[in-house]
Write a protein that binds this ligand. Sequence first.
Ligand code: ZN
Length: 65
Amino acid sequence: MPKREKKKKEKELARVSRYYIIKGDKIERRLPVCDRCGPGYFMADHGDRYACGHCGFTRYKRRKH
Ligand SMILES: [Zn+2]
């Protein structure tokens, strides 16, 4: 089913673009850097928290009230 495949691809592309900000020819990552590892070590988005794949540090996202 080519239609379904196309839809999935578009969805994944949208998901990825959430993590990047494209400014002209530059691409900036929106993810925070790890407090332990420092700049260069980005934390992965795990829904309600960020986790560093390098040291395992987890930071919870601030919830809006
Ligand atoms: Zn780390």
